[in-house]
Write a protein that binds this ligand. Sequence first.
Ligand code: HEM
Length: 409
Amino acid sequence: MLFRSWERAPTTTDATGAGSGVVAGARPGADGGGQRWPDVARVTDHVGVAHLLVTRHALVREVLTDPIRYRPDNALDAVTPMPVAALRTLAAHRFRLPPTLANNSGVSHPEIRALVAEALHPTRVAAQRDWLAALVRRRVAALDATLDTGVPVDLHAGLAADLPLLVLARLVELPDAPVAAVKDFARAALELFWAPLDADRQQTLATEVGRFHLVLREFAATGGGLAGRLRAAGHPPDVVVGALFFLLVAGQETTSQFLTLLLHRLTGEPAVLAGLRDGSVAVADVVEEGLRLEPPIVTWRRVAAVDTTLGGTAVPAGTSIVLWLARAGRDPAIVPAPDEFRPGQPGSRRHLAFGAGPHRCVGDQLARMEAATVVAETAELLAGVRVARAPWCPDNLTFRMPDTFLVHR
Ligand code: HEM
């Protein structure tokens, strides 16, 4: 999903191939489904800021993998500028987001990234698999029993919402806060930084985000595990808090969203479910096709560091670049059936759901393991249900944030 106002393809392009505006006439969707978009489109957001929207796989990859021409410094900038009152609220909670991981083009990035990657090492991730499978099996059995009584169940709340946070907490020491509080904080942060908002809502969200940020600040000063290792490596308190902040949001909310989106998608793919049940379709292939077609992170930003050109379009230094990751996964240049869910089709794994280059997601193996475990354990249940309420996604530049997903027998 793009901003709702951007979900229609420009019909006109200028001589450089860049769209000159956004016009009506096409079906909205996360992927711009089936519409003709120029490779690079000029778009203007809800507050009048211009961006270059990059739609082709090769060009999105070109930007992500070139840290000299394109920097990640704007990755966490609020798309709706914060009014003074909200900024004061954040300041009162000593909120700061210095460059740490996704927004860090500085020399400290490789070391911070390496410490996070160590905590998320594939062997540590693999060691969580059996524990997670047992937990999911118990949850699915309980959901199944409820469905048997004729009552609908919410697969978002029952499976997707908290599992990634529970796994993350086993891999990385986290503040001792209730799951619900962390979830509320993380979703508030995604809304505050990536949604079109009015001042009242910004104030509410700033209070929520600021409050939890204080909890993180206290934990960063004393906590063990990753927080302790960042401190021991000499990173100042603001950096330790910033890294934990990003990890708490990116490390669980993204995967929760992906689980809900994938489970929902699978309820409309009976042939895939049948293949999963008889073993003719590999779970890993389903996860990959899910990431390609239903990525929870739809766009990601970079800023041009120098005057340059992209796909023939002039890009002045300082231009905000919006990389349409979801669209790149449906580029006919990478897969033969771009809009069809065909596990294992050639090019299925070439999606950019996890980004690319020096900032490529370090939690990809964890997200894949979690999704594979949930898909394997729920295939049977999904084959016997109907959708009672599809998840709804709010307007947001980057995150899909699906909510309640009700199914019944
Ligand atoms: C389906 C789930 C996930 C998706 C779609 C996703 C996607 C992304 C994307 C698009 C980026 C930016 C990449 C770039 O700039 O090139 C990113 C960065 C990052 N992700 Fe994920 N992510 C997911 C799960 C996770 C998990 C589970 C963790 C950790 C527990 C995690 C930790 C990170 C970190 C630390 C970065 C910053 C890396 C850096 O700047 O060096 N992500 N992720």
